[in-house]
Design a protein around this ligand. Structure first.
Ligand SMILES: Nc1nc2c(c(=O)[nH]1)N[C@H]1C(S)=C(S)[C@@H](COP(=O)(O)OP(=O)(O)OC[C@H]3O[C@@H](n4cnc5c(=O)[nH]c(N)nc54)[C@H](O)[C@@H]3O)O[C@H]1N2
Ligand SMILES: Nc1nc2c(c(=O)[nH]1)N[C@H]1C(S)=C(S)[C@@H](COP(=O)(O)OP(=O)(O)OC[C@H]3O[C@@H](n4cnc5c(=O)[nH]c(N)nc54)[C@H](O)[C@@H]3O)O[C@H]1N2
Ligand SMILES: [Mo]
Length: 764
């Protein structure tokens, strides 16, 4: 590390978790000014009778464990259950143009929204409006569009199954499939890649499988920050002697060592459990090469073993009975030379071989992965090569083995299950016809990128957002923000104020909703909603706090309100459904038979698991087999080492939830009080005549993007332990470097994590 002192930059020596995590929670509770309300809220997180943590989609041990401490779960709860309020008074004091100048942090830190608001162009202010009037105007504006396909209906992944189901029902009865959703920016490569490989776009493991696995590979995710409850599972594996192999360009503390706040002895002794046994710092975007290298070794080892009379290293019985396409895969990896694999992965051949050996020596392997694999121009290929690796040794569909995409938002997986998809199936069409008697088109609608393109080109004139912060989460703000200005209609259902709400449309509305932590009372009494976690477990969630304002409505009630104004002759009994969410669940079951016996099963402690065919080696029915997929090349469009360009990735800090910026610290990476940093390798710095702490300009060099169009200026270069040729900065700041058109060709996932850039000393 450089000797130079840079304000706010100092290595963090501790383990993940431990006392520093408890301290951070104490601070956030104090900052949000409502210790009484939150502390009681925290005890109800992920309890059999409590609410589902809005933090992440990692499952709970049957939802029956005692309160499991998680720093970032606690922050998510405190942020929602805050004592601060963004009242009409705030909007009276500040015009929308003034609020635009606030930081993302300051906007949300204004607190919970309390009243429905409508934009008044004359005064440039949001002013309170009655719910019914808002619904009427929204319905009217949508009906005034020449074509339902000129409206976009976005969903962020906190939305419950019940709200999401009603939402898609309303939108389909209206007549479009334009369902951009946060999953399009997240695990879409999984949703597209895995069905082609294993017949289902979901993970195949359950939490129990982790108790039986004997090797775990972790590709491109950061549990210490983004799913801290997973550290408890990783700690148990490590203590059981299971090798954990981390593949990540950055050395993330949560993958290195963990002090569990659940274990007083470990806390008091300041002891930490080591997590990853081996840590491979792959080049950004180099995973494809690593995976091909591991498979190449497996094929070679298999040949050698069989030549010596052995049964082979691959699971030949499984491959013969359950898969297709092995020959093409073999031909591809055999044709790929070691020199290319080493160059593209940035790893030594011995390292790749030893990773393959650990894999081959284990009977039951689980492979977990996150955004480090999906948010690339080759995201879908990455996903399919991971599936290939597992299939080669029959590591899918048996106890202790499988693939585990780590989902982001706490119900992003469930939203998709209950119909939030721009690609509806004939089965869905038939089920909706059967249940409600209306038709909707099967034509594919817009995903997130296509929605922004349509808005940019004037083909879409209305945007309705069920949560989220689309304008900031999306790539390319230079395109996205101006495109959204001047829509005919913008509607945001939200808990807190964010930048997306401040982009004026001819008519704009902010509709404040209940959060997960809050009591939801409808005509039949208190209601619970349901969510689906990363492992396809569906369970109930019921908030207990008094709502942040008496004017809030639940998401299902808001959807019903809009629907009744939008669809006068609707075939759906909106009032009846909202009066009793059991009735929504009955309808979900009627439309999606996978929810058989929904209301009964969701009342069992811990809920139930949805059927995932690949978990029992059903690869999609009709005698289908799992398929090996060939990925041409080795991510050849990434810059070559030693050249002028670097590959930049965008990551989350420890103090943010996507676009919600809780604070300016990134404790485990040694950053405090700032976010304007670019993590760089020491040699890359030196080669550019730069020193740790220098101001730099970063220019995107994505092929085809106009010179100078996508840049970030005046950031701080930080010397950091990551491979040569690789650099990292925070999301959403880094979105300015990602042109809208730079995305995975197959899934449309923006390439947030492989941005070729040129970095030089700051001009000014
Ligand atoms: N506290 C908190 N929790 C969250 C979120 C949050 O913002 N804050 N967000 C939620 C959401 S929506 C999601 S999707 C998940 C995201 O959870 P993650 O998938 O963990 O998200 P990221 O921070 O984007 O980082 C992924 C990791 O990938 C690594 N990486 C980057 N590029 C590459 C690469 O090319 N190859 C490999 N192998 N690794 C790479 C980075 O170093 C980083 O450690 O978390 C969810 N949970
Ligand atoms: N460069 C870069 N860009 C990325 C990523 C990256 O890694 N790098 N990650 C991408 C990923 S994985 C994702 S998932 C997207 C996230 O995209 P989004 O899901 O659109 O964004 P969030 O920041 O999670 O949304 C925050 C807002 O949600 C609202 N909200 C919170 N809780 C609730 C609720 O219960 N109900 C309602 N109605 N609203 C609520 C609040 O108003 C808050 O301001 O960003 C993507 N963008
Ligand atoms: Mo995500």
């Amino acid at each position: 590390m450089s000797e130079r002192k840079v304000p706010g930059v100092a290595p963090f020596e501790g383990a993940a978790g431990g006392w520093s995590a408890l301290g951070a929670v104490a601070r956030v509770l104090k900052d949000q000014m409502a210790v009484g309300r939150e502390a009681s809220a925290l005890r109800r997180v992920n309890q059999p009778t409590g609410f589902d943590c809005p933090g992440c989609a990692w499952p709970d041990p049957r939802h029956t464990s005692s309160f499991e401490f998680c720093e970032n779960g606690a922050k998510a709860v405190a942020w929602e259950a805050t004592g601060k309020r963004a009242t009409p008074e705030l909007f009276h004091r500040h015009t929308v143009s003034e609020l635009w100048e606030w930081s993302d942090h300051a906007l949300e830190d204004a607190g919970r929204l309390t009243h429905p608001l409508a934009y008044d162009a004359e005064s440039d202010r949001y002013v309170p409006i009655a719910w019914d009037e808002a619904f009427a105007r929204i319905g009217q504006a949508l009906r005034a569009l020449p074509d339902p396909d000129m409206a976009e209906f976005y969903t962020s992944g906190r939305t419950s199954n019940e709200a999401a189901f009603l939402y898609q029902l309303m939108v389909r009865e209206f007549g479009t499939n334009n369902f951009p959703d946060c999953s399009n920016m997240c695990h879409e490569a999984t949703s597209v890649g895995l069905p082609a490989s294993i017949g289902v776009g979901k993970g195949t493991v359950t939490l129990e499988d982790f108790e039986h696995c004997d090797a775990l590979f972790s590709f491109g995710h950061n549990p210490g920050t983004n799913h801290p409850r997973m550290l408890t599972t990783l700690r148990e594996l490590s203590r059981r002697g299971v090798p954990i192999i981390a593949v990540n360009p950055l050395r993330e503390r949560g993958l290195e060592r963990f002090t569990s706040p659940q274990h007083p002895a470990e806390m008091l002794a300041n002891h930490a459990t080591p997590i990853a046994r081996t840590y491979y710092q792959v080049r950004i975007g180099g995973d494809l090469a690593l995976l091909k290298g591991m498979m190449k070794w497996l094929f070679e080892a298999d040949d050698a073993d069989r030549a010596g009379g052995g049964a082979g290293v691959l699971d030949h019985a499984f491959i013969a009975a359950h898969t297709q396409g092995i020959e093409a895969l073999r031909a591809d990896v055999e044709a790929t030379g070691w020199d290319d694999i080493v160059r593209a992965s940035g790893l030594a051949r011995e390292d790749i071989e030893s990773a393959a050996r650990v894999y081959a020596n284990a009977d039951r392997v689980i492979l977990c992965y996150g955004m480090g694999m999906t948010q690339h121009r080759f995201g879908t290929r990455n996903v399919q090569q991971m599936a290939n690796l597992l299939l080669l040794r029959g590591n899918i569909g048996r106890q202790g083995a499988g693939i585990a995409p780590i989902r982001g938002h706490s119900n992003v997986q469930g939203d998709r299950t209950v119909g939030i998809t721009e690609k509806p199936t004939p089965a869905l069409q038939a089920a909706i016809r059967r249940t409600y008697g209306f038709e909707f088109p099967l034509t594919h609608g817009h995903d997130a990128v296509a929605a922004i393109q349509a808005i940019r080109d004037g083909r879409s004139r209305a945007l309705v957002c069920m949560g989220g912060n689309l304008a900031v989460a999306m790539s390319d703000p230079a395109t996205t923000l101006p495109a959204m200005r001047g829509l005919d209609l913008a509607v945001h259902v939200a808990t807190k104020l964010n930048r997306s709400h401040l982009i004026p449309a001819r008519q704009a509305f902010v509709l404040p909703c209940l959060g997960r932590t809050e009591l939801d009372v409808q005509a039949s009494g208190p209601q619970s909603v349901t969510v689906e976690d990363s492992m396809s477990m569906v369970h109930a969630s019921q908030g207990g706090l008094a709502p942040a304002s008496e004017h809030l409505r639940s998401e299902p009630a808001i959807v019903a309100g809009i629907a009744q104004a939008l669809l006068p002759g609707s075939r759906v009994d909106w009032d009846g459904l909202v009066a009793d969410y059991d009735r929504i669940r009955d309808d979900i079951e009627a439309v999606f038979p996978i929810f058989r016996d929904f209301n009964r099963r969701v009342r069992e402690p811990g809920g139930f698991r949805l059927y995932v065919g690949a978990s029992v080696r059903d690869w999609g029915g009709d005698g289908r087999k799992a398929a090996f997929h060939v990925a041409q090349g080795l991510n050849e469009d990434l810059p070559v080492e030693g050249g002028d360009l670097l590959t930049l990735t965008t990551i989350r800090s420890h103090d943010q939830y996507n676009t919600s910026i809780y604070g300016l610290d990134d404790r485990y990476r040694g950053i405090s009080g700032r976010r304007d940093v670019v993590f760089m390798n020491a040699d890359d710095l030196r080669e550019r005549g730069l020193r740790h702490g220098d101001r730099i300009d970063v220019e995107s060099r994505v092929p085809g993007s106009a010179a100078g169009a996508h840049r970030v200026d005046g950031f701080l270069a930080i010397e950091y332990d990551l491979p040569r040729g690789s650099a990292a900065m925070y999301f959403p700041e880094g979105n300015r470097l990602v042109p809208l058109a730079s995305h995975d060709a197959e899934s449309g996932t923006p390439a947030y994590k492989s941005i070729p850039v040129r970095i030089a000393a700051a001009a000014a």
